[in-house]
Design a protein around this ligand. Structure first.
Ligand SMILES: [Zn+2]
Length: 441
């Protein structure tokens, strides 16, 4: 049976509703991983779990009182720093979006009110040098409660941290309109290391098993939401493609994967690529073997990575950033104009599990469905009832056809293992600032 959106939707519902909220490193994420593992096993694939460690929030308590408003709803930014138990109060200073040009002169005890996020190191480092006593972040969406997020340990270790919490857009707006001059905050946070896991289902190639393609999508959610579109939808497409090819077979090795902890800064895919790099460093080509030059490490054997992140929107626009040789870009486009769906194509570095693969020199293509509903992503509103079975069929059929033609049946693998210089630069830039900067989780 070809790709069936009904089957995919069944997986989507299992992850987004039966398991529900499944943040990286949580027992719920583990339950979701077992669901995927059982699926891969039932298909007869070589199923395995790849563990890695991740920092998650422990204690997450906060209180925030603003002059003229009284107590307002808040959540701390986990893994930042604690105030004294009784809290601290100080002058409230609005610093716009927190870039260096908006920061005030140092005065002891200032509490910064900042619209948006702590941001990448270029923004975060000057912010820390300005030595606020605490930071209040205002949500940038009007309709959501303050979300729980976490500071990445890389940023905390490199630049330090101050007590930080998040309040709703409307409360921040009111504080500004009333020209509130003082605030009092209490932040009590801790962090701990937990085990998370990627789940693999490997179909070994019948003719050229050393030519490897990974098809992946993350299965974790943010703390604040059910992660239905982001990314139970993508993981479900991957799981259903695994069923199709487990039955149909493939000349080349296809490794289906659902990654853990994407929302915590691509932790699962980063851990996997790290393992590939280590295996590569240990790899000693056997020079006595005939054709030893072809004795590649597992990293070199990787020809392509396809990532599926954000699926299930009823009304939306398909987006496909490709980081690979011109013939890969052309193939993605040609197949789309031949059978649909239409995509917006470009050569950006998509912020998802494809990025660590690209960083290691593996060509990638990412498949997402974007639209106005994307504003629900990373909020409690990203629920199953915003996902549509019908929307999974076109992307599933497209990927099935792509994999059948170019991977499972192709006589020779048609894409060079090359990444254009321009894309390489974008990936480098992304990793410098974004992964451990923007994506605090
Ligand atoms: Zn996602």
């Amino acid at each position: 049976m070809p790709f069936a959106s009904r089957q995919a939707f069944h997986h989507l519902a299992a992850l987004a509703k039966q398991v529900g909220i499944r943040p990286g490193g949580s027992p719920a994420e583990r339950r979701a991983s077992k669901y995927v593992l059982n699926h891969f096993r039932s298909l007869g694939l070589e199923a395995s779990v790849e563990p890695f460690d991740v920092e998650i929030p422990g204690k997450t308590e906060s209180e925030c009182t603003i002059e003229g408003l009284g107590r307002v709803a808040s959540r701390p930014v986990a893994a930042t720093a604690n105030t004294p138990a009784r809290g601290l109060s100080g002058p409230l200073v609005f610093v716009e979006t927190g870039e260096e040009v908006h920061l005030p002169e140092f005065r002891p005890g200032q509490i910064f009110l900042l619209y948006g996020e702590l941001g990448p190191p270029e923004k975060y480092a000057p912010l820390m040098r300005a030595k606020p006593a605490a930071i209040i972040l205002a949500e940038n969406l009007r309709f959501i409660e303050p979300r729980l997020t976490k500071l990445s340990h890389e940023k905390r270790e490199a630049f330090g941290a101050v007590p930080t919490l998040r309040i709703g857009f409307a409360d921040a707006d009111r504080a500004l309109r009333k020209r509130a001059k003082r605030a009092r905050v209490t932040v009590s946070v801790s962090h701990e290391w937990r085990r998370s896991q990627n789940v693999w289902g490997v179909l070994r190639g019948s003719e050229k098993p050393w030519e490897i393609v990974t098809v992946g999508g993350h299965y974790d959610s943010v703390w604040a939401g059910y992660g239905a579109q982001d990314n139970a939808g993508g993981a479900a497409v991957v799981m259903e493609l695994a069923r199709v090819f487990a039955r149909a077979g493939s000349k080349r090795t296809i490794r289906f994967c659902t990654f853990g902890c994407e929302e915590l800064g691509l932790r699962g895919s980063t851990a996997h690529v790290e393992n590939l790099r280590k295996a590569h460093a240990r790899h000693k080509p056997d020079r006595k073997k005939w054709g030893w030059k072809l004795d590649e490490s597992p990293l070199e054997q990787h020809r392509l990575m396809l990532n599926v992140d954000l699926q299930g929107l009823l009304m939306g626009e398909n987006y496909c950033p490709v980081g690979g040789p011109p013939e890969l870009v052309a193939a993605c486009k040609l197949l789309s104009s031949e059978m649909g769906p239409s995509f917006k194509f470009d050569e950006e570095c998509y912020s998802s599990d494809n990025a660590p693969f690209a960083h290691a020199g593996i060509p990638t293509a990412a498949f997402g469905r974007l639209g106005v509903e994307l504003m629900w992503a990373h909020t409690p509103a990203d629920t199953l009832d915003r996902c549509w079975e019908e929307s999974l069929q076109p992307i599933g059929e497209y990927l099935e056809e792509f994999l059948t033609r170019y991977v499972a049946r192709a006589k020779a693998f048609p894409f060079r293992r090359e990444i254009p210089e321009a894309h390489k630069k974008k990936v480098e830039e992304y990793f410098r600032g974004r992964v451990f900067g923007y994506v605090d989780g």
